[in-house]
Write a protein that binds this ligand. Structure first.
Ligand code: OOB
Length: 507
């Protein structure tokens, strides 16, 4: 069993011949950036200002220290850090060593960290004091990292897996996504070019940096690639972000739709005129809201439709406004292959998006859930899309069982599994509930057994089991029986319909 499904040789050699995969690792890439931009500022976080050379050197020292600590090439390390400078030092040290960061989000709690550590077989957990949860593997704190004298290390190959990211996108329990140096660096370079980044670019990282959107679409890595400056926001709220935009001369940032709404509604004492581009993605962004971004925030909107599994779509700087307002962009690469198919796999106008290409994985880590890929290697995104004559994709809905809570992805199955461990829960079904602000919220239908618990008890229980707060059901409804489908499965369609009808009558 190999840890990752490689691209078939004919695809790999084509991607190399096209210059997409360059045989460069992230460690080498940072070395080259330090050579080119050495004294320029790379990362600003609070009082810390790291230059390109400073980051390069810190990564070397930390890689040596971690090696002394016993960490070896190929080992996995859960990285659970806030938007801070330490994130860059840790991740680039691991890249240099050829150890694989397993990216956790700050919102993740004990259950997610244990899942990530267990699934990846991690040997260490790197975190910050105020985020730390109990971990099944030894913990290293960001304020007590083992730096040592730099030395030559036997690093990874560019075709090796660079890191593991959590899938937000597919049905079932969250799975691990293996991304190689070659494929990820291609997406970073190509994204930086599409987004016209340069040394003048100043990017505010307001979303959690370990997520694929702010990490590489074009995100912090794209901005570093262009020699620009990354400014880390400890929170995405206007009170934190606006002063930073003004003070640091931020030119670009990325938000999920609910935050874009909050930014538009906020009273502004700060001068945001330096902000040229606001990217919005991660969840549906209605055209009526999209149209407001330009006039209300004084910057250009860019829609981004991506997934940690690979494919990322952008609206382009020279797209007409109507396209930017009404579509979710078009793929990065001319070699992104996109199919739109009906339930029988036949081409359709509106249908499920299937994709393969130079930076889309061919399988999950250790081949979890092979059914998420077709026999000829396309990833089944679970997203319902159509394509405009201009080649842009419009997300119309989805076929996967997933709740997109303003960009934060909730797997109903994961929450149901948690609810079923409650002694007074016989059965549970978690479905989405439409919400004007988040797009969707979650509702848990619970069939109680024994003494019925209260909704508050159910919610507290989920939290106590160590799940992230965004996975706690927003609403809990008790039922005496579940509506069923023809074959006797719980009908989530009927549960959702009952919610829309305001739960009048029997569910
Ligand atoms: C991004 O990545 P993930 O892995 O958290 O979630 C992927 C899923 C997509 O399959 C789709 O269902 C949804 O999130 N999604 C969107 C969207 N962008 C993502 N749905 C509607 N409109 C959009 N613009 O969310 C992600 C990764 C890289 C860049 C941007 C977003």
């Amino acid at each position: 069993m190999s840890d990752h499904t490689p691209w078939p040789e004919e695809f790999a050699s084509a991607y190399r011949a096209l210059g997409y995969w360059r045989g460069e690792t992230f460690g080498q890439w940072l070395r080259e950036l330090a050579r080119r931009h050495g004294t320029r500022e790379a990362v600003v976080a609070g009082d810390v200002r790291l230059t390109y050379a400073g980051l390069d050197h810190a990564a070397d020292r930390l890689a040596a220290g971690l090696a002394d600590h016993g960490l070896r090439k190929g080992e996995r390390v859960v990285v659970h850090l806030p938007n801070d400078a330490a994130f860059f030092e840790v991740v680039f040290a691991l890249f240099r060593l050829g150890a694989l960061p397993v990216f956790a989000l700050p919102a993740h709690r004990g259950a997610e960290i244990a899942h990530l550590a267990g699934q990846s077989g991690a040997t260490a957990y790197v975190t910050a004091r105020d985020l730390a949860v109990e971990s099944p593997v030894p913990t290293l704190y960001a304020d007590a990292l083992p730096y040592a004298e730099p030395r030559e290390l036997d690093g990874p190959d560019a075709s090796d897996v660079a890191f593991l990211q959590l899938s937000g996108g597919s049905t079932g329990l969250p799975k691990l996504i293996p991304r190689t140096h070659d494929d990820y660096l291609y997406s970073v370079r190509a994204s930086a070019e599409i987004c016209e980044l340069s040394e003048e670019s100043v990017y505010l990282c307001a979303l959690p940096v370990a997520h694929n959107f702010p990490l590489s679409s074009p995100g912090v890595l794209g901005v570093l690639h262009a020699g620009g400056r990354v400014v880390m926001a400890p929170a995405p709220t206007p009170d934190v972000a606006f002063p930073l935009i003004e003070k640091e001369g931020v030119t670009m940032t990325a938000l999920v739709p609910p935050l874009a709404l909050v930014w538009m509604a906020a009273r502004r004492k700060h001068d945001l005129s330096g902000l040229r581009v606001l990217q919005v993605g991660g969840a549906p962004f209605p055209a009526e809201t999209a149209r407001r971004v330009g006039p209300e925030l004084g910057c250009r909107l860019q829609q981004v439709f991506g997934m940690a599994e690979g494919l990322v779509n952008y609206t382009r700087a020279d797209d007409p406004d109507e396209i930017v307002h009404t579509t979710q962009g078009r793929p990065i690469s001319p070699h992104d292959e996109v199919l739109i198919v009906d339930e029988d796999g036949r081409p359709a106008e509106t249908g499920e998006l299937l994709t393969r290409g130079p930076y889309t994985i061919r399988g999950y880590y250790r081949d979890a859930d092979p059914s998420a890929f077709t026999d000829d290697g396309y990833y089944r995104t679970g997203d319902l899309v159509r394509r405009t004559p201009s080649g842009h994709l419009v997300v119309e809905g989805r076929v996967k069982d997933l709740i997109n809570r303003g960009g934060e992805k909730v797997s109903p199955e994961e929450v149901e599994a948690c609810l079923l461990t409650h002694p007074a829960v016989l059965d549970a079904a978690v479905v989405s509930l439409l919400d004007p602000y988040l797009g969707e919220r979650s509702c848990a239908f619970v069939l109680p057994g024994g003494t019925p618990p209260t909704a508050a008890e159910i919610r507290a229980f989920v939290r106590e089991q160590g799940l992230a707060a965004y996975k706690v059901p927003d609403r809990v409804e008790f039922v005496t029986a579940f509506p069923t489908t023809g074959v006797g499965k719980t009908s989530k369609k009927e549960l959702r319909a009952a919610l829309r009808a305001g739960l009048r009558g029997e569910v």
